[in-house]
Design a protein around this ligand. Structure first.
Ligand SMILES: [Zn+2]
Length: 293
């Protein structure tokens, strides 16, 4: 089926209804669905997208404290226009430097001394630096909290910063979640026949189609995964349309992944053009939970 999913990352306490509505009203009016990757207790992010100046405050803000946002999103859920997916507990990054394995939280206070010394900083997403027990507990708490607020069931997880390690993957499928995005070229999952078979098909596909990202659903038995195609200021649009056209020709699902806070100016125009192109070419607007079942 030609299905088209729009995934927007980073819905949280910090999102304003005006910002969301300014981008998506036009699409909601056409009954285009949005799957929001939602952070339960998000910390505040400064200079997002700019890793030379990026930092966060280590203070969790529950999304339920933003009452206006909750009632806006609930209304859209009732109209069957919004899916809530889990996008981490608080989306707090950690970091290390190239010459040491010591891990620090990505606050200004921790980052400044290393930046002054011009050390190379490696950022680690929330599901890429914690142990399984911690991640399992956090996933469970965040999932149940969002399910309670929005009166829904959450089926999908979107890794904060598009990074997730084996502990993180186990933590999400033990909570009954599928994964948006295909992280890691290595197998790096629980070993079972179905998973290995899926992985083998992916490798074989790469032999025939070097320039196409694997577009089929990966079935690891424990959970499913589907690639998301990032639409950001650094996106190569020729490649992007190639991928979209491949999905069109083979009647496959296409998952566009973006951030409402990055959709300004030219990128915003490109975004609407891609959505229009997909709809004109008989892609059907779907939630990720309708595609990964
Ligand atoms: Zn994010």
């Amino acid at each position: 089926m030609r299905n088209f999913i729009i995934r927007d990352d980073d819905l949280s306490f910090w999102s304003s209804v005006d910002e969301i509505d300014a981008i998506y009203k036009e699409l909601f009016d056409k009954r285009v669905k949005i799957s929001f990757a939602t952070i339960a207790f998000s910390v505040k992010m400064h200079n997002g997208g700019d890793f030379n100046n990026f930092y966060q405050d280590d203070i969790n803000k529950p999304i339920s404290k933003n009452r206006e946002l909750i009632s806006y999103i609930k209304e859209k859920i009732d109209e069957n226009l919004v899916e809530i997916m889990l996008h981490g507990y608080n989306h707090l990054y950690a970091f290390k430097t190239k010459d040491s394995d010591k891990i620090y939280l990505a606050t200004k206070k921790n980052l400044d001394p290393f930046r002054k010394e011009q050390k190379e900083i490696i950022f680690l997403g929330e599901y890429n630096y914690q142990n399984f027990d911690t991640l399992f507990k956090k996933t469970k708490e965040a999932k149940e909290y969002l399910e309670d607020i929005f009166c829904i069931k959450i089926k999908n997880f979107v890794p904060p910063s598009n990074q997730i390690n084996k502990n993180g993957i186990r933590a999400i499928y033990k909570n009954g979640l599928n994964l948006s995005g295909m992280i890691d070229k290595r197998y790096n999952r629980e070993v079972n026949f179905r998973g290995l078979y899926s992985y083998f098909k992916r490798i074989l596909f790469k032999v025939f189609y070097k320039n196409i990202t694997y577009p089929y659903v990966m079935d690891y038995k424990t959970h499913k995964e589907l690639c998301g195609y990032a639409l950001t200021p650094s996106t190569d649009f020729k490649k992007y349309y190639n991928q979209l056209n491949f999905c069109k020709e083979h009647n496959l699902a296409f998952q566009l992944a973006t951030h409402y806070w990055e959709l300004n100016g030219e990128l915003r125009d490109r975004f609407y053009q891609i959505v229009e192109y997909a709809l004109d070419n008989k892609f059907e607007s779907k939630f990720l939970k309708e595609v990964l079942r």
